[in-house]
Every structure is written in structure tokens, then in C-alpha cells.
Design a protein around this ligand. Structure first.
Ligand code: 5GP
Length: 233
């Protein structure tokens, strides 16, 4: 599995989150309840915006039909996931509906250091860890048009047994309640619109950095121009 070990790490936190991080504001985190359409948005972005680098997570979940190792996820067993945590190779990780998911640190840092705009698609617990580790990361919440629509999308996927679906719905309820923690909320009424809005946000971020000339300044000196709760639909 092509996941390299960490560089520049001082000590791992209990969660494996970064302690010593380079400075980035080109990092955007897309989160939101399971079933809201995050992976569809990510797939569309991957097709239409090759300039954005999309992190491939590690998971202990089994591949769904059509998923390819190294494309949707790096599929690993529990032993390998434990090893990645212990070696500090994950920027963050979380349990979700009975499986573990994590963001490989080294490939992300390489892109950020090279000035590439990067996107993570992770759950709420992971987004919180990234924000602690990389305070300049921009957190974007993807919301469903309604709760009923989310239930419809999750059940319609037909890939999960009933008890897994129930667990995912329970987590979704909690995740929806946390939308206020995010700087921006996008409502997924249309995948193309969400992609446009996301790309615009990420470009705005790059422009702001260029204007301020603060590519390498410490996070505490950066200005945060984004309104606290911007809702675009
Ligand atoms: P799924 O099993 O449907 O692909 O993903 C389940 C959940 O795990 C989704 O909410 C997805 O965003 C989240 N997830 C995927 N990769 C990661 C990761 O690297 N870290 C964390 N914390 N969550 C992830």
C-alpha cells in the first residue's frame, strides 16, 4: 500500500493527529452526514478539476462493488490500520459505523508544501481533529436539502444492511447538529452547483493568500475573512 511514513512529526497525539504541522491555508475539508453525496461531489471534482488534489483515505471497511483499492480508499485490515496509527502516518482517524477511516499524512503534506490546493472528504470527528492540527484549514459542511431526502438517499443506496443503515442515520442526526462548527455550509441540491461553489471557495482562498503574501506566516497571524456561517444553496 503506497502510504509513506510521516515527516517532521514531533509526537503523536492519542488520536494520531498532527502536533507539528506545516502552515497551510490551501487545505479544505468537506464533511457532512453519510449519504449526503460527498463522494459524488468528490468524484465530479476529480473529473473536472485536476488541479485540486483529493486525498485518498485508509479504511478498514470492505470495498463496495465497483470500488477500487487506491482510488476510493486504501483498503486495509485492522492490523495495518493499527500500524499506521502507531507510526503516526495518519493526520487524523475516526471510527464510523463500525469501521475505521484515516487520512494519510505524508502525501497530503507533500502537496500542501508544493502549493497545491488539497481537499479531504472526512467525517465530523475527523474534521474536528484536522481543525485542531491545521487551524487554517477551511471546513465546509455539505448539507442535504432535507432530512427526508437524506433518508431516501441513504436507503436508496442499497449497499448497507439494515443495522448499518440505522447506525449511519443515527450518526447523521448528530452530524447535522454540528453544522454550526463549519465556516461554510453548502446545500447539495445539485452536484454541479456544489462543485462550482467549492472550487470558487478554494480559489478565493488561494487569491487571498497571494494578496496577503502570507504563504509561510504562522497561523495566528493570518486573517480569516470568511463569514462565520455562510450558507450557499
Ligand atoms: P463510506 O463508508 O460511506 O465511504 O464513508 C463513511 C464516512 O467516513 C463518511 O462520512 C466519510 O466522509 C468518512 N470518511 C472517509 N474517509 C475518512 C477519513 O479519512 N477520515 C475520517 N475521519 N472520516 C472519513
Amino acid at each position: 500500500m503506497p502510504i509513506s511514513d510521516p515527516r517532521g512529526r514531533r509526537e503523536p497525539s492519542p488520536s494520531g493527529a498532527a502536533v507539528a504541522t506545516p502552515v497551510h491555508s490551501r487545505l479544505t475539508v468537506l464533511s457532512g452526514p453519510s449519504g449526503v453525496g460527498k463522494s459524488t461531489v468528490i468524484a465530479e471534482l476529480g473529473r473536472t478539476c485536476p488541479e485540486i488534489w483529493i486525498s485518498v483515505s485508509v479504511t478498514t471497511r470492505r470495498p463496495r462493488p465497483g470500488e477500487v483499492d487506491g482510488r476510493e480508499y486504501h483498503f486495509v485490515d485492522d492490523t495495518e490500520f493499527d500500524r499506521l496509527i502507531a507510526s503516526g502516518a495518519l493526520l487524523e482517524w475516526a471510527r464510523f459505523a463500525g469501521n475505521r477511516y484515516g487520512t494519510p499524512r505524508a502525501p497530503l503534506y507533500e502537496r500542501l508544501e508544493a502549493g497545491v490546493s488539497c481537499l479531504l472528504e472526512i467525517d465530523l470527528a475527523g474534521a474536528r481533529q484536522v481543525k485542531r492540527a491545521v487551524p487554517d484549514a477551511r471546513l465546509v459542511f455539505l448539507a442535504p436539502p432535507s432530512w427526508d431526502e437524506l433518508v431516501r438517499r441513504l436507503s436508496g443506496r442499497g449497499t448497507e444492511p439494515a443495522e448499518v443503515l440505522e447506525r449511519r442515520l443515527a450518526v447523521a442526526r448528530e452530524e447535522l447538529a454540528a453544522a454550526d462548527e463549519f465556516e461554510v455550509t453548502l446545500v447539495n441540491t445539485s452536484v454541479k452547483d456544489v462543485c462550482r461553489q467549492l472550487v470558487a471557495l478554494m480559489q478565493q482562498c488561494d487569491l487571498r493568500k497571494a494578496e496577503c503574501g502570507r504563504d509561510s506566516g504562522p497561523p495566528s497571524r493570518r486573517r480569516h475573512h470568511q463569514p462565520a456561517d455562510r450558507r450557499a444553496s
